[in-house]
Every structure is written in structure tokens, then in C-alpha cells.
Design a protein around this ligand. Structure first.
Ligand SMILES: Cc1cc2nc3c(=O)[nH]c(=O)nc-3n(C[C@H](O)[C@H](O)[C@H](O)COP(=O)(O)O)c2cc1C
Length: 154
């Protein structure tokens, strides 16, 4: 049977979208080399998405957008990723989520990929990987391997 890794993601300035599409291209190449290697199927979530029931296990990729932390608004709050929460909480989709991957900016120190970390904690699923901005080819290779193991054990 064909193996498929499902990825649900959200992207505002295009970094996560770029990573997801390059990961999909890389997976297609790997699958051509060896038919046993999984392909990647993508689902982008946005404000306009009406959540549907997930029919297969999936992984989630999230950017990090924190606001606040200034003199006037000391509380840091997460913004923009609410549609992903809606997707996960609709139809018990979270039950099929196998883990989270975060994209962020490492210069932000302890705030690095805090959104994916928060989701992982809130929903009791692992944080599988993190990458900076749109990710390097090395990130794509590493994360493809990791997702293959998580999803299929090889
Ligand atoms: C307003 C704003 C706030 C951000 N806050 C964080 C943050 O707290 N932690 C982090 O790791 N990255 C942060 N980032 C970096 C983004 O998460 C990163 O650029 C990501 O790759 C964006 O993904 P996207 O292009 O798919 O939307 C922030 C970026 C912006 C523009």
C-alpha cells in the first residue's frame, strides 16, 4: 500500500507554506527512488477554512506570532493561529494529530517556536521538530525522516 504523510499547516507570510511544499516535492523524489518511502499530502488552513473531519492521522506545522511584551502590554499573547485550533477541535480531529512542528525565529530566545510548543502542551501531543523561517534543505531531509518514523516506524 502507498504510504502517505498528511500535513495540516497554517502560514501568513509564506514560510511554512514554502517549507510544506518543498517537503512535499522532496517526498515525491524519495518515493520515486524507493516506492516504500511515503509521499506527503498537504492541507492549508486559513481564516476562510470551514473545518472538515480528518479521515487519516496527520501532523501540524505552525508559525509563531507573539505580540505584546512591551512596557504597555507586558502580557505576551499568541495571535493569528486560531483557525488551527478550530480545525483541531472540530470533529475530534485532535485525536488523529500525531504531533506538532514549529517555525520561528531563533533570535527570539525562549519565545522560539512557542506557539507549536504551546499547542503540544495544550493538546498533549509531542513537539516533533522546529525550524527557522522557511527551513533549509537539511531541515527538510531531517524532518521527512522523522515524520516517516513517527508515522510508519521506518
Ligand atoms: C509579528 C511577528 C511576531 C513573531 N513572533 C515570534 C515569536 O514569538 N517566536 C518565534 O520563534 N518567531 C516569531 N516570529 C517569526 C515567525 O514565526 C517566522 O518568521 C515564521 O517562519 C513565519 O511563518 P509564515 O511565513 O508561514 O507565516 C514572529 C514574526 C512576526 C512577523
Amino acid at each position: 500500500m502507498e504510504k502517505e504523510i498528511n500535513i495540516v499547516y497554517i502560514s501568513f507570510s509564506g514560510n511554512v507554506r514554502s517549507f510544506a511544499r518543498r517537503l512535499q516535492d522532496y517526498a515525491a523524489q524519495q518515493h520515486q527512488l524507493l516506492a516504500d518511502r511515503p509521499t506527503v499530502k498537504l492541507l492549508e488552513i486559513s481564516e476562510a477554512t470551514i473545518p472538515e473531519k480528518a479521515t487519516a492521522p496527520f501532523f501540524v506545522i505552525l508559525p509563531t506570532y507573539m505580540t505584546g511584551g512591551s512596557e504597555f502590554t507586558p502580557e505576551m499573547t499568541e495571535m493569528l493561529t486560531t483557525p488551527m485550533r478550530d480545525y483541531l477541535e472540530s470533529y475530534h480531529n485532535i485525536d488523529k494529530c500525531q504531533g506538532f512542528i514549529g517555525s520561528g525565529n531563533i533570535t527570539l530566545g525562549k519565545m522560539y517556536v512557542i506557539t507549536a510548543k504551546t499547542y503540544a502542551k495544550d493538546y498533549g501531543r509531542p513537539l516533533i521538530a522546529a525550524f527557522e523561517s522557511r527551513g533549509t534543505i537539511r531541515d527538510i531531509e531531517k524532518i521527512y525522516k522523522k515524520l516517516s518514523v513517527e508515522a510508519f516506524g521506518d
